[in-house]
Design a protein around this ligand. Structure first.
Ligand code: SAH
Length: 249
């Protein structure tokens, strides 16, 4: 079968996978090219004969070149193996799924997408933050805090959207992001939160204001992966857990 599945593994907890993803992993996958973000709990669902290749790319660490990932997918698919490209969250949200589907199409290989819960929505939810709430905001904007090529979003424009800002890959640059949003006109007392390793047993978070977010993050020692949330809805975070683990009846 000349086909590659691009599968979203969700934010971390294995029981937040879709049923479709779980079935492909446990029944069909021969070769799995996985990101660092995919939790061991998810990889444990694979059938034992599946071959796992870790091709992760995490800020600051050596990463597998994207071209090489494309070549691996094509090579195994041409051998007739069921190839899964497994990614944290959703494959099409800051996941390079768009590039991979183009590379597969150029090689004449079909791709099938299996969406996943993106971290920017599910991780805030895990502490009770609704990314939209009609009493507080008209929408949500998902942006990256770090672009590989050194460019970045227009923070001045983002400061004026009136939407909740959900920032992926922003932890390392939080000081400059906060400064730019305030310079762009966002009030320093705008509620803000940061959540690290959301939905995993190691989850930690802080809630405060835009102004004090960097020092809260530093004081709590939050590390990547983390999502930043800026906007009134961040004040709705709850102190008790809002997302339990699934327990079979
Ligand atoms: N495709 C993924 C995003 C990949 S970019 C998705 O849809 O969720 C990697 C970034 O996602 C991380 O730097 C972090 O900002 C965010 N992220 C992914 N998993 C996370 C988690 N469990 N907790 C907090 N942030 C997470």
């Amino acid at each position: 079968m000349n086909k590659v599945f691009l599968i979203g593994a969700g934010p971390g907890a294995a029981d937040l996978l879709t049923l479709r993803a779980a079935r492909i992993l446990s029944d069909q996958a021969d070769v799995v090219l996985t990101d660092e973000l995919v939790s061991d709990e998810v990889l444990a669902l694979l059938r034992p004969r599946a071959r796992v290749l870790r091709v992760g790319k995490r800020g600051g660490r050596a990463s597998t070149p994207q071209d090489f990932i494309h070549r691996l997918m094509v090579r195994y698919a041409r051998r007739g193996q069921v190839v899964v490209r497994l990614k944290g969250g959703d494959p099409f949200v800051f996941g390079r799924g768009g590039e991979e589907i183009e590379a597969l199409a150029a090689a004449g290989i079909d791709a099938e997408i299996v969406p996943g819960l993106t971290a920017g929505i599910s991780v805030p939810a895990s502490i009770g933050i609704p990314v939209t709430h009609r009493a507080h905001t008209h929408g949500v904007t998902l942006v990256t805090g770090t672009c590989g090529d050194g460019s970045g979003p227009d923070w001045n424009a983002l400061a004026r959207t009136g939407t909740t800002l959900v920032i992926y890959m922003g932890l390392a640059r939080v000081l400059s992001i906060v400064a730019r949003l305030i310079a762009g006109g966002l009030p320093p007392d705008t509620p803000a939160a940061a959540i690290a390793s959301g939905t995993l047993p190691t989850q930690r978070h802080v809630v405060g204001t835009l102004r004090d977010l960097p020092e809260r993050i530093a004081a709590e020692g939050l590390t990547s992966p983390a999502i930043l949330v800026v906007g009134e809805v961040a004040a709705l975070a709850r102190s008790e857990a809002c997302m339990g683990a699934y327990v079979a009846a």
